[in-house]
Design a protein around this ligand. Structure first.
Ligand code: CA
Length: 225
């Protein structure tokens, strides 16, 4: 999952990048509203963490502009504790949730997990696909009850597929959501990681849809049967 952090306080920006990276997300950052607006307009993000008070273009204006352009990624606003009017303006502008500063890191992480789940249509924090279980809170994975150890790259890939079960996901989409903007997009690493996941989760776990991409199919999905 790929997250954009738009926060002009350099220390806070760095802190957010650190906790989000530790939690397994890929993170792009912007230090002002203009740069943040541009990135959100041009790159696909699974969540945007957006400060309200930003230089060059304030957070509410950035958000309004995205929504007017049909950009509908989940947005978590960072607001000042005593500015209730920012929260109202933010929700009206199309924010999905907000956290008031100063915040606890765990709260930001929990809200981001919830936004990602909700965007993918999942209510529970444990995602299940046949014998595969993925706990979004702990990042623990099991197959038929037995724990499986995954590397951070494998986890990211599985997390994206588990959130988008039964959808055919192209390699381009995976690359865009699993790597930051500086990543070399020509590489074939996705294929390598799919191969490794199949070894750990079962050869049939991830289906290759020729010419289109990959699909993690849940047993309840009747396509082709
Ligand atoms: Ca600020």
């Amino acid at each position: 999952m790929r997250i954009l952090v738009v926060e002009d306080d350099a220390d806070l920006n760095r802190q957010l990048v650190e906790i989000l990276t530790d939690a397994g997300y890929v993170v792009d950052t912007a230090l002002d509203g203009e740069e943040g607006h541009f990135l959100g307009d041009t790159e696909p993000y699974d969540v945007v963490v957006l400060d309200v008070g930003l230089p060059k273009m304030d957070g509410i204006t950035v958000l309004e502009s995205w929504r007017a352009d049909g950009r509908n990624m989940p947005v978590l606003l960072l607001t000042a504790r005593d500015r209730w009017s920012d929260k109202v303006a933010g929700m009206d502008a199309g924010a999905d949730d907000y956290v008031a500063k100063p915040f606890h890191v765990e709260e930001v992480l929990a809200r981001i997990r919830a936004l990602i789940r909700r965007a993918a249509g999942h209510a529970s924090s444990e995602l299940v696909c046949g014998p595969i279980r993925f706990d979004t809170r702990t990042s623990k994975v099991s197959v038929s009850g037995a724990g499986v150890k995954l590397t951070s790259h494998e986890l990211r890939l599985l997390s994206y597929l588990m959130h988008h079960q039964d959808e055919v996901i192209s390699r381009t989409e995976l690359t865009e959501h699993l790597y930051d903007q500086d990543f070399d997009r020509d590489s074939n690493t996705i294929e390598v990681f799919v191969g490794r996941l199949r070894k750990k989760l079962g050869a049939d776990s991830i289906e290759t849809v020729r010419g289109l991409g990959y699909r993690l199919r849940s047993p309840g999905d009747g396509a082709d049967q």
